[in-house]
Design a protein around this ligand. Structure first.
Ligand code: SAH
Length: 224
């Protein structure tokens, strides 16, 4: 998979891809992540990418020109399955969406800034708009990192134990069961006996029950 992230702050996005599962996936060649500096596509002397909003009002708007230049240059190289814009008014990211995105070959993620991008970019270049939650961030970079992380860890080979992703929360619309590690007894705080039994079928059953219980308590909406 190839993820091309268009941003005015590529440095902000370097670290998230240099650790843990994401780094390993990139090192193994399972995914390629390119940080593309939008300013490289500005024809402006000062490399600016934003301007005042037509009609007035506070806040700058990212212009269509550099974004169109950038997306067209990328599209000339390969076919993209999705051109995503990170936006608080987009479709709310969830595990189902991440699963769907994880099987794509090439995607672009455009990070907004300031008041956002000129509506014509959204109308003519963007195929999917994603929000990571009902709050407003300063820019799309952290959202792009969240979206990429949730996708990459699902690509086969990204995690050392592939079954691990399948037992995470939201797969099967259930929250994950509680987990424990050694010591089995910490100052009288004990691990549930069943987990020490070595009986895999019983443990699986217990975990499933715990998942259902937890989902009922915390996220009954998922069970509908
Ligand atoms: N004026 C816009 C917010 C702009 S915030 C509005 O009210 O809708 C600046 C940029 O941050 C946005 O263009 C978007 O790319 C990103 N962003 C902010 N909140 C986000 C969220 N919840 N999910 C995804 N991207 C977000």
């Amino acid at each position: 998979m190839r993820i091309d992230i268009i941003t005015v702050l590529p440095q902000l996005l370097e670290s998230p891809f240099q650790h843990s599962i994401l780094k390993r996936a990139i090192d193994k060649g399972i995914v390629e992540v390119n940080l593309i500096n939008l300013r490289d596509y500005s024809t402006h002397k000062q490399k600016s990418v934003d301007d005042y909003a037509f009609g007035g009002g506070a806040g700058m708007v990212m212009g269509i020109e550099p974004i169109a230049n950038c997306i067209n240059a990328l599209k000339a190289e390969r076919r993209y399955d999705q051109v995503i814009y990170t936006s608080p008014d987009g479709e709310l990211l969830n595990q189902k969406m991440s699963n769907q995105l994880s099987i794509l070959k090439n995607i672009i993620i455009l990070c907004g800034h300031y008041k956002g991008v000129d509506q014509r970019v959204r109308d003519h270049f963007i195929t999917k708009e994603i929000s990571i939650g009902d709050y407003v961030l300063s820019g799309g970079e952290l959202a792009a990192a969240v979206i990429s992380d949730s996708i990459i860890r699902l690509i086969p080979g990204a995690m050392s134990d592939e079954t691990s992703a399948l037992t995470d929360s939201f797969q099967d619309n259930l929250l994950a069961p509680p987990v424990y590690t050694r010591p089995a007894d910490f100052n009288g705080m004990k691990v549930p006996e069943i987990l020490l039994s070595g009986h895999t079928a019983n443990i699986d059953h217990w975990r499933h029950e715990q998942s259902i219980q937890r989902t009922k308590e915390r996220r009954p909406d998922l069970l509908k």
